[in-house]
Design a protein around this ligand. Sequence first.
Ligand SMILES: Nc1nc2c(ncn2[C@@H]2O[C@H](COP(=O)(O)OP(=O)(O)OP(=O)(O)O)[C@@H](O)[C@H]2O)c(=O)[nH]1
Ligand SMILES: [Mg+2]
Length: 654
Amino acid sequence: MNKTIGILAHVDAGKTTFSEQLLYHTKSIKQRGRVDHQNAFLDSHNIEKQRGITVFADQAVFHYLNSTYYLIDTPGHVDFSPEMERAIQVMDYAIIIISAVEGIEGHTETVYRLLRKHRIPVFFFINKIDRSGANVDSVIHDIKENLTSDVMDVTNSFHFGHFSNDLVEWLAERDEELLDAYINNIISEEFLLSKTQWMIQNGVIFPLFSGSALQDIGIKSFLDNFHFLTKTNDDSNHDEPFAGRVYKIRHEESGTRLSFIKAIKGKLAVRDELTYLNENGIEKHEKITQIRVYNGNQFQTVNEVFAGQLFAVTGLTDASIGCGLGTLKEKEQFELIPTLKSKVVFAPSVNPKEVLKYFKVLEAEDPSLSVKWDEYQQEIHLHVMGKIQLEVLEQIIPERFHLNVQFAKPEILYKETIEKEVVGYGHFEPLRHYAEVHLKIEPGERNSGISFVSECHTDDLSYGLQNLIKQHIYEREHHGLLTGSALTDVKITLLTGRDHNKHTHGGDFREATFRAIRQGLEKANNILLEPYYKFKITVSIEQMGRVLSDIQAAHGQFDTPLTAGDKALITGMAPVATFMEYSAKLAALTQGKGSIWMELAGYFRCHNEQEIIAKINYNKNADPDYTSSSVFCAKGQSFSVKWDEAEKMMHCLK
Ligand SMILES: Nc1nc2c(ncn2[C@@H]2O[C@H](COP(=O)(O)OP(=O)(O)OP(=O)(O)O)[C@@H](O)[C@H]2O)c(=O)[nH]1
Ligand SMILES: [Mg+2]
């Protein structure tokens, strides 16, 4: 049986140390490394050793009894959380590590919520019980309050198939079939075990263990129990057609692209041809040239792999992270997205196109970077999670590409949308070209992104052309007029359009579509959006007033605080721009006793729109790739027509 397990937690909870122990106990590694001695097996990158934090979600393989385990150790730092989220999609089981001293921390809640969203069964391991101040009971209490009340405390009630009476009762309360059998006194151990496995796998119950990864307390027992309590459904028919998913991309020093895949169905062999859709929705067929099973940074090549296995292949040039392969078609969408952006600074002697090439390599490995060449400012822009991420990039880039870069101070990533429905018109007809597009653009729900439908008759435009227009809408972001930030939260409807049987060429509909969107925006009431956090703050009641006034000063909102004992719980929302540093401020204010959990809530109306528009000082008429003018042709001469004159000249309106 193959089982993919992921280790997740807040930063420094002990994930890498825990992983090291599992690998040691299963003889996958001969010596126990230590994060603090810079020789941990899974923190193998220089930067991870130096900083003592995990940056990359690396994997290891170990064998235990009849199973092969693929273990993914994820980064706990928020700046690298997209890397963690990408790994979640292939996990069969997740283990959340919580420090017995620090308890549930901000990021633990995010991790738990994401795992549940993806329906990944969860085990808890309360770590660091060797430290003074460790309090397992209080952590269990917090888990029940904040995450789930269905924790199955295994430490004292379950040992390899021996269920205590209390535990059986507890399980029976959660399953009717089990309850019936219990009442009628006909429970067999097999039935109990398979029911327990089922309840774990389906997120009904969450087993909990405790111990110390550093001191090797409770690890072996965890492993034995975990093995016993988990199963996967991968022993399927290997003759089924192959289905898999890409969860990670890496490049070797030579430039070879490695696509890391989890096989979901069937089998895959070297020289098999795989079918997938690339980023632009184009179907690709490519031959697998090599299959590697990775353990840390070492690998073994194999000839075939089967459902349930994790491996890397060479030969796929364009499959991106989240991409479905073979019979699996849907692409995974990710939720943890950067709210900051920065620009790359490098010596004037370096060719920007060269730099861009390297950043495109980095972007393939981390799509959340959204690397863009800004023609208008002649700059390379990227999206970032935070400062530590930029520091890491500044160190990695010279090592990998022999190039020194710096980054400008990160700024908030704004977005734009519109307030009322408009219709945008675009016409593109230089000599011997032709395309016209009419788009209705309506405000969509907040944080819904851009959606597209077509109401165009196929007599006016063929399905093929309608699809092409859709592709053009999604192939890049569209700059708003206020600040040049990405347009979002709009519903775009293709009303009609026209092609020419001789003159329409590839690219003409792209021009007409882009111009139609921009022309619509010119007529619209544009509004600026900014990212907001939702937060949960716990402080003592005396400090509540101070925190509430801080939230107000930050242009945030809060719900009526809940109080229990001498503690107050404050929930609400505040702009990232004004609240980014609040964790540090709160720690100082409460001498570390207050706690805060923050997570991106989404994009909402900007609290200081005019100030930001003035600061960014975007000139909508000087953005060369984004024009609202149309191009018409008369008497063999083509000419440009400004947006406010173009509408009445549209051919489809006549
Ligand atoms: N006392 C004690 N220290 C521990 C234990 N487990 C881990 N540590 C220490 O805690 C620190 C962080 O451990 P890591 O294993 O790097 O934690 P991590 O969760 O992988 O951290 P990130 O990957 O950066 O999120 C190191 O100094 C470890 O030695 C434990 O059980 N007891
Ligand atoms: Mg780690």
